[in-house]
Design a protein around this ligand. Structure first.
Ligand code: ADP
Ligand code: ASP
Ligand code: MG
Length: 495
């Protein structure tokens, strides 16, 4: 993490990073909406970061998988549909010569995509490096559409290839930025554009190694890109424009009564993202937090809504209720699915060396641990992938017996200082006590209590916890942060 904030001088004038997710750029009318939001923000000097059009990354992944399996008819069909969709959006957004240029640019992108798919078909395998080359095309295409559309409404937009600014390690499909290189490039490329009054537009999700090999930051990584850019430029704020009113008390697709959380801390939001809330990529808050740049989650379909403000400190001033929900201690409920529990039982007795060996073995297999619980007799670990477990079990043979069960989910309550309120756990138990809870984790973090349940019961557990902590009808809001309203009215930029 060295160099994340230290190496770069603040930009001379402030700017705001506006990131638009897939649904915010899904078609021509959404892109026109994005252009209006960017136009309104011109006095604040926006830098625009865009995701691929909705569902495009999944379709590109299908192109990769089908190419590796030699299903070339399917590859051609998906690429044809993708091309038709992007060309139709382009035609709807720009006309005349501008369309001609954009058409040529899209054609070049699709030619490169076909070449990448052919390469995968020849290799008969989808290697991570090829996957990154393929998937990054979604953001190259969308950023071209958004740039052209901005220009057509009179905004002096400048397309920036994110691969020239976001420099990463070579951990393909989940790369991490090299902060000094990235901050240096962001300053060198973006600051002159901002100073000359232009609006940089770049694709999220993608980066490149120092040698220029394309990488990606992990699925949903455009949020992370926005935060990398915001931190690198010392932006005034980072705005994540999505399809919901902000960070909600639960995923609204699971809990339709979920309410907007007006304000939360970086730590709370990071915890929520880490434990499965898709609204933010898990790494999003890291750069913002280090450089103390506030993050706002806003709804591009409802831009008048105040959204969620994520800041360094927010104890209870962001609570959305009082007199129930333990005075607003719980901010949100979430679930991380696809978790496995691993039991490690020493063959003889539990010695500290075993713990060391277990960590070493997991590290050698690059297998990250979600949570750990140790007792005198055994060790229980939670992991989010079981692929390396047979090899790990083999290596620990003779020292410990390793057994695992997958298809579990970690259901979490998140809120500052939750740990200091034991009544929260009591209330949670009353809500889901009859669901078989395999493990409870409280205390590892100040802000989280989690319950391990069967994946098949996860949705029900989230819904029951949400009903218990955020009952309907909601009591009168006590504190709808004054600061978030005041800022919203003062800036009026997305109203
Ligand atoms: P984008 O394409 O803009 O990046 P995502 O689909 O990645 O959007 O994230 C937004 C989605 O996250 C919402 O539509 C919602 O279903 C889901 N989500 C999960 N948990 C939450 C939460 N606590 N608050 C808001 N949205 C959530
Ligand atoms: N397009 C990428 C994905 O779908 C990145 C993003 O949307 O954030 O994963
Ligand atoms: Mg997303």
């Amino acid at each position: 993490m060295n160099g994340l904030c230290e190496s770069s001088e603040p930009a001379e004038q402030e700017c705001v990073v506006m990131k638009f997710g897939g649904t915010s750029v899904q078609d021509a009318s959404s892109i026109r909406g994005v252009c209006q939001l960017v136009k309104k923000a011109l006095p604040r000097r926006p830098v625009v970061v865009v995701s691929a059009l909705a569902r495009v990354t999944d379709q590109l992944l299908n192109v990769g998988l089908a190419s590796a399996e030699g299903r070339l008819d399917l590859v051609a069909e998906i690429l044809h549909l993708l091309r038709q969709r992007h060309e139709a959006v382009a035609r709807d957004l720009v006309a005349g010569d501008e369309y001609g240029c954009l058409y040529e640019e899209l054609a070049a992108e699709f030619k490169a995509l076909e070449a990448a798919a052919n390469g995968i078909a020849t290799e008969k395998a989808l290697r991570p490096v090829s996957q990154d080359r393929l998937l990054g095309a979604g953001e190259s295409l969308s950023s071209r559409l958004v740039e052209a559309s901005l220009r057509s409404v009179g905004v002096d937009a400048a397309l920036v290839d994110a691969r020239t600014c976001v420099i990463t390690d070579a951990a393909h499909t989940r790369a991490t930025p090299l902060w000094d290189d990235t901050n240096g490039r962001l300053q060198a490329v973006l600051v002159p554009l901002l100073e000359s009054g232009r609006v940089p537009v770049m694709g999220g999700f993608v980066g490149a190694t120092r040698d220029g090999i394309p990488t990606t930051l992990g699925r949903g990584g455009s949020d992370f890109s926005a935060s990398i850019v915001g931190a690198g430029l010392h932006a005034e704020r980072i705005e994540i424009w999505t399809d919901v009113d902000g960070v909600m008390t639960a995923d609204p697709t699971l809990c339709p009564d979920a309410r907007r959380v007006p304000r939360m801390s970086f730590d709370e939001a990071a915890e929520l993202a880490y434990f499965g809330a898709k609204v933010l990529h898990p790494a999003t808050l890291v750069p913002a937090m280090r450089c103390n740049v506030p993050v706002w989650v806003l709804n591009s379909r409802n831009p008048d809504c105040a959204g969620t403000e994520i800041v360094a400190h927010c104890e209870n001033d962001g609570r959305i209720n009082s007199g129930w929900n333990n005075d607003g201690q719980v901010k949100a409920v979430t679930a991380k699915r696809g978790v496995a529990i691993v039991d490690i039982e020493p063959v003889r007795w539990f010695a500290p060396e075993l713990l060391r060996e277990v960590f070493d073995v997991f590290e050698r297999h690059q297998h990250s641990l979600e949570l750990l619980s140790a007792s005198r007799g055994s060790l229980a670990l939670l992991v989010s992938s079981v692929t390396a477990l047979p090899a790990i079990a083999e290596e620990l043979k003779g020292m410990a017996n390793v057994r695992w069960e997958n298809h579990k989910a970690l259901v979490c309550l998140v809120g500052e200082q939750i740990r200091r309120h034991p009544e929260v756990a009591g209330q949670a138990f009353r809500a889901i006590g009859d669901i078989d809870v395999r493990m409870i984790c409280q205390g590892a973090s100040e802000r989280n209590i989690s319950f391990l349940v069967d994946e098949s019961r996860a949705v029900e557990a989230v819904q029951r916890l949400h009903r218990s902590f955020f009952p309907v009808p909601a009591p009168e809001p006590l504190v709808e942060t004054i600061s978030s309203h005041a800022m919203c009215q003062a800036e009026g930029a997305w109203g």
